[in-house]
Design a binder for this molecule. Structure first.
Ligand code: AMP
Length: 270
């Protein structure tokens, strides 16, 4: 209701949806949202339908008091904190799910069945409620932001999607809510994901190496460490996630691995 009043008054609304356990990556999205819109809305909702692994859902970090403090400090205007009942009054079943095809079936879609259907379900609900002019998301979840772009097109939302760069720790590890679950050894190992992506990027820039060869070499590097359980490391077309045909396409390298029982993802535009 408050948003309706503000919208009528001509305020542009910028929206940052999250699952909480906020870190500087989330705050960077909020800061850009503040620059580009009058009113910033952040939501915190740990969406049950996008967790394919119940244990991952159970262990998802919740730090609500700290999150609220961070949002107040950052000057967020409105925090939306819905309950499961509020988001899913009629249960979890989707009546008209979007078929994203290959985009949602490959990579994360393959390793986390149902994840993107659940994510799209909740993002669609949030967009209908908040009706933002702009939606700010991280490139950290590369495939997710491509799918949300499709969602906006397919459902003809008037929202503009703005995808922003990944914030990293000093050593290069992509900031993630799940990082707090890494023990000391796993935290040290985790840096290898971003290091390997940087290595791969550099190798393609400086040498006339073949995509497939570099991709294989990078995967081998990670697999040679027994502490890393590699799920995939792939070079794909950055717009479609299709297997690349030439090095001239816009490319992205994406990786997913379990380290110390924590599933991490990262990616790098090439
Ligand atoms: P999450 O709470 O993990 O669902 O993330 C909420 C939003 O923050 C998503 O759009 C993410 O892509 C984005 N995000 C997560 N980690 C980072 C990061 N390290 N840098 C920038 N954005 C991020």
């Amino acid at each position: 209701i408050e948003l309706k009043r503000l919208r009528k008054g001509g305020a542009t609304i910028g929206f940052v949806p999250t699952m909480g356990a906020l870190h500087q990556g989330h705050i960077s999205l909020l800061k850009t949202a503040q620059k580009r819109s009058k009113i910033t809305v952040c939501s915190i909702f740990v969406n049950p339908t996008q967790f394919n692994d119940p244990a991952d859902f159970e262990k998802y970090p919740i730090t609500l008091n700290r999150d609220i403090e961070m949002l107040v400090d950052a000057g967020c205007d409105i925090l939306y904190l819905p309950s499961v009942k509020e988001m899913y009054p009629d249960g979890f079943k989707q009546n008209n799910p979007i078929n994203f095809g290959f985009l949602a079936e490959t990579l994360e879609g393959e390793h986390r069945p149902g994840h993107f259907a659940g994510m799209a379900q909740v993002v669609e609900k949030l967009l209908r409620m908040v009706k933002p002019h702009m939606l700010f998301m991280g490139l950290k979840d590369y495939q997710q932001q491509l799918i949300v772009g499709e969602l906006i097109r397919k459902r003809r939302f008037k929202t503009q999607l703005v995808a922003l760069p990944t914030l990293r720790e000093k050593d290069g590890l992509a900031m993630s809510s799940r990082n707090v679950r890494l023990d000391e050894a796993a935290r040290k190992t985790a840096v290898q994901l971003s290091q390997t992506l940087s290595w791969l990027k550099k190798k393609l820039e400086t040498r006339n190496s073949e995509l497939g060869t570099v991709e294989r070499e990078a995967a081998e590097k990670l697999k040679s460490n027994p502490a890393i359980e590699l799920e995939y490391l792939q070079i794909r077309n950055a717009n479609t996630l299709a297997l690349p045909k030439t090095k001239k396409e816009k490319l992205v390298a994406l990786v997913a691995a379990k380290i110390g029982g924590v599933r991490l993802i990262d990616n790098m535009l090439l």
